[in-house]
Design a protein around this ligand. Structure first.
Ligand code: HSE
Length: 308
């Protein structure tokens, strides 16, 4: 029986100042999804590993089943599909866990059917996975997981997504404190109105960040990794956020911030050695304060999801 396996990378959404409009993929972790045909005319999730029993096998309640059903509707097929999901990252961690699962399932099932849809056509379907997971169809995790690299969502209506022409080889430190911050909740606490002065600061930084990535200017990236709108509110949900930021910047991080909606935080670094030093320092800072955490060092992933 033909089986297709896809690896879909984790992602860092927002990249500090670009709430809902910027995100990049990282080399690891990433989810693996295996799909094959079945004879039942139904989508069946046959196996989930690595989720500590937390994810539902019901296809309508699990993003992988949901997006595969939407894919089948779009290509007008009533073929049954079996899905195996191998979670390689914690749920609700701020690493785009649901996005990696949706993208992995879609890229795998598209390959199984001979690639009837382009990656750009898969994107709106993957966004429906995000709607199911968090109540909102944001694209800043699914787009970089699908396309790789740093991706800009210039517009949602109509959808206009640009993979930025940047191949910067930066190191990424990711630290996941074990506190619960579901994306849906972390979206509800954000203020819906922004004073013009703050908006001006924020869009200056978004433009600066994009310019910095496109011209390999790490100093400009660092100056632009500032969020005057979302971070001041959301950082309250992350233990010792300010101390971690001071520590990361003191150890030469280019910039530091919340990964997606948190609770993970991330730092961008020029050198691998610096990244490891920052990962250890942040790990120690949290451990000494009795916060369990995991840390990792990885790189920006420029490929996005791949068939294995
Ligand atoms: N842009 C989304 C948010 C990303 O910040 O809520 C969630 O990972």
């Amino acid at each position: 029986m033909k089986k297709i396996k896809c690896y879909a990378p984790a992602t860092v959404a927002n990249v500090v100042c670009g709430y809902d409009v910027l995100g990049f993929a990282i080399e690891n972790p990433g989810d693996e999804v295996v799909v094959s045909f079945n004879d039942s005319n139904k989508t069946v999730i046959t196996k989930i590993e690595g989720d500590n029993g937390k994810l539902p096998l019901n296809t309508e309640k699990n993003v992988v089943g949901h997006v595969v059903n939407l894919f089948l509707q779009q290509i007008k097929s009533d073929q049954g599909v079996n899905i195996e999901l191998y979670k390689k990252m914690p749920l609700n961690s701020g690493l785009g866990s649901s996005a990696a699962s949706s993208v992995g399932a879609l890229v795998a099932v598209n390959e199984l059917f001979g690639n009837p849809l382009t990656r750009t056509e898969l994107l709106p379907i993957a966004m429906e996975g995000e709607r199911l997971a968090s109540g909102n169809a944001h694209a800043d995790n699914v787009a970089p997981s699908l396309l790789g690299g740093l991706v800009l969502i210039r517009s949602y209506e109509p959808l206009d997504v640009i993979k930025l022409p940047s191949e910067m080889d930066l190191f990424v430190v990711s630290v996941h404190p074990h506190v619960d911050v579901p994306t849906g909740e972390a979206r509800k606490i954000i203020r819906q109105q922004v004073p013009l002065k703050k908006a001006v600061e924020q869009w200056g930084n978004v433009a600066g960040l994009v310019a910095g990535f496109c011209t390999n200017d790490t100093a400009l990236i660092g100056r632009s990794m500032k969020d005057v709108i979302i971070e001041p509110i959301r950082s309250m949900l992350i233990p010792y956020f300010d101390e971690m930021k001071v520590t990361a910047l003191a150890h030469h991080a280019i910039g530091f911030g919340i990964s997606g909606s948190g609770p993970s935080v991330f730092a961008l670094c020029k050198k691998e050695e610096e990244a490891h030093t920052i990962a250890s320092a942040l790990h120690q800072l949290l451990s000494e304060r009795n916060i369990i955490c995991e840390s990792l060092v990885t790189r920006i992933n420029n490929k996005g999801a791949v068939i294995l």
